[in-house]
Design a protein around this ligand. Sequence first.
Ligand code: NAP
Length: 278
Amino acid sequence: MAVILDGKKLRDKLLEKLQKKIDKFEVKPKLSVILVGENPASKIYVNNKQKIAQKIGINSEIIHFSQNISEKELLSKIEELNNDKAVNAILVQLPLPEHISKENVINSINPAKDVDGFTPYNYGKLFSGEKPNVYPCTPKGILLLLDEYNIEIAGKHVVVIGRSNIVGRPVAQMLLDRNATVTMCHSKTQNLAQITKTADIIISAVGKYIIKGEMLKSGCVIIDVGIFKDESGKTRGDVDFETSSKIASYISPVPGGVGPMTIASLMLNTVELFEKSL
Ligand code: NAP
């Protein structure tokens, strides 16, 4: 039976340590989160982030705009936050309404306050093998989780499934920088099971139920990033936990694996940007 990669436990440990650090700061780090519209999932994410930030002493605000705010108004708010010395970290909750260009909005964030690491400056640094101001939250959380359990990365064959800008691409690059041999898979990949069978580590970020025990090499490590509701309304990940946990040596659960690590990374990034600004 696989060892559970407990993201909640590690999140709590990291946040406790971070809180102690923040306690010592005279001025507290400030995170500004922009939410546009009424997407229920986005509202839950934003409120969770706010709750945790406040709990550990980060000064956090949610700036909530209605669905029909113009791109110009949004960009002008970001400009205001860019120029506000009290604000250290800016997060724009995605998705944005269709009439607003996600690229224009992300590109407008000052890279020194880009807590997600998504601006072209930070993204470019990451993909050219240089150090960005901060690493994107979910990939950073995944690496922290692997490291916590002393899972070796160098020389291992890592199969990343999903090529989004927020998870698949950056995590693949970060693993490559840690000397893994990385294979990227996506919706056009043929014979996925043949590829996953050769993986020492699988990172699945799809949002569909695609990995079963029979697709795995014995003793592999599974990081399940996917999170969605099945037909019965149950929250689940990409991986069939029942069959996969019998073959793998380590597995991250959903919920309780990567999700909590993403939030922990956001808090770590906020404090990193704050410290860089001093
Ligand atoms: P995304 O933008 O939703 O894209 C999904 C990716 O999966 C695409 O690259 C797509 O390939 C690929 N894909 C779709 N069907 C596939 C199939 N049958 N076989 C192989 N690949 C397939 O990705 P995302 O934003 O990274 O989100 C992925 C999942 O992770 C979602 O469930 C999301 O909720 C979850 N997530 C969780 C966290 C967390 O903190 N826990 C954070 C971020 C995301 P193409 O590129 O070819 O279309």
